[in-house]
Design a protein. Structure first.
Lengths: 209, 209
DNA sequence: GGTAAAATCCCCCGAAAGCGTGATTTTTTA
DNA sequence: TAAAAAATCACGCTTTCGGGGGATTTTACC
């Protein structure tokens, strides 16, 4: 039997290493390459063909969701396993809709990971157990708002501690525009101040810290 | 040869699991118990004697540094291995001064972890390789300011998105007092706005997110 | 090539945050 | 028990933030 070739995509080195270590326990799996962002992932896919790509949902710049769509478009044979960060479990259905073959929580056990990989490799759909159990009411899944590219930039600069005038100067736009973006962000995140905004942004890994 | 009994203390479930998985590769090591905070760690130590405690530096409420001191005081035979979060590597010397037998970055390889455990078990001092190399200039280690108990409370509420008036009401103190605490926090963190304050607080795990 | 979404710009105003500079009281600890 | 640290309260002032309205121009996509 040939080994299942795997690409791991995650911006957290720790997770990358951890997953690699876990996968090394399975003789029939080989981690062909790893990537820490979407662009690198595409490059690696071109250079080293794989059977399965394990993709973190929250990636910087281009999200795992977009990456999944791109992978399924350019490399339809590659199965995508979605993986979510520590606390949030959103976007799952979007990933599935984009063609993901399964979903893993990062706290998944060795057995769960094995099951996910085997399922994906066989073309089946795998979902982490606790999704089926605890998320019966799918509306309980926290909604991560869709943030546009520009909004993401502004958000990052807010987290970086810049004031609106500073952001305006940096992005070569009017203070009013920054203000609009900021207001839209507050509305989208459904919060009323910078503090909550930053907390959520960091929690859902929407910014670089 | 008897197995080395290990306790892992970390508030990140992922790290706990990852470390457990990694340690399971060593036949002569057994993870006796795990804990996600200092109190639980002490309880577990009383219930299940171990040889080595792997302690995360940044723990909620009681830090890993304080925990290390407590462990060395109450359980002098237990070797403590300090472990730091993803990006920061502070407090190391303090941990060592408090009796830690070594220091690990969380991104450490299997080999490094093995070396650390073996060293610690033999009573030697182990430091992650990249500490010796990259942190030659120890003054480059970011200083995490000492935050008093009350300040920590205020900080948590700021991160929770409360305004100063709300915090004052919640803590039954004057708005002026909250303002003072906030000002002291900004000064201690050497930042000039809430955004940066929260970013650092979360980065160094000084608050619950 | 039309339309929706994103990005841009504008104004007002009150509330909150931030800065400076104090002081007093309580608690901790050497 | 005395000194140090923490916690409390106070005032005036400036800047920024946040909420409420808008409007116009690019992009992106079907």
């Amino acid at each position: 039997m040939e080994k299942i070739r795997v690409l791991i995509v995650d911006d957290h080195p720790m997770v990358l290493e951890g997953m690699k270590a876990l996968l090394s326990n399975f003789e029939y799996v080989t981690v062909t390459s790893t990537a820490c962002n979407a662009y690198e992932a595409i490059d690696k896919l071109k250079a080293y063909p794989v059977d399965i790509a394990i993709v973190d949902i929250n990636l910087p710049e281009v999200s795992g969701i977009e990456l999944t769509a791109k992978i399924k478009k350019e490399f339809p044979a590659v199965k995508v396993l979605a993986m979510s960060t520590f606390k949030e479990r959103s976007y799952i259905s979007q990933m599935i809709q984009n063609g993901a073959s399964g979903y893993l929580v990062k706290s998944a056990s060795k057995d769960e990971i094995e099951a996910a990989i085997v399922s994906a490799n066989e073309g089946k759909l795998y979902l982490s157990l606790d999704i089926n159990t605890t998320d019966v009411n799918t509306e309980s899944i926290p909604q991560i708002p869709v943030v546009s590219r520009r909004e993401k930039e502004v958000l990052q600069l807010i987290v970086d501690g810049l004031t609106n005038p500073q952001i305006a100067e940096k992005l070569f736009i009017s203070l009013h525009t920054v203000d609009s973006h900021r207001k839209n962000l507050l509305a989208k995140f459904n919060v009323s101040n910078t503090a909550s905004l930053i907390r959520i942004a960091i929690k859902y890994n929407l910014v670089n810290t």
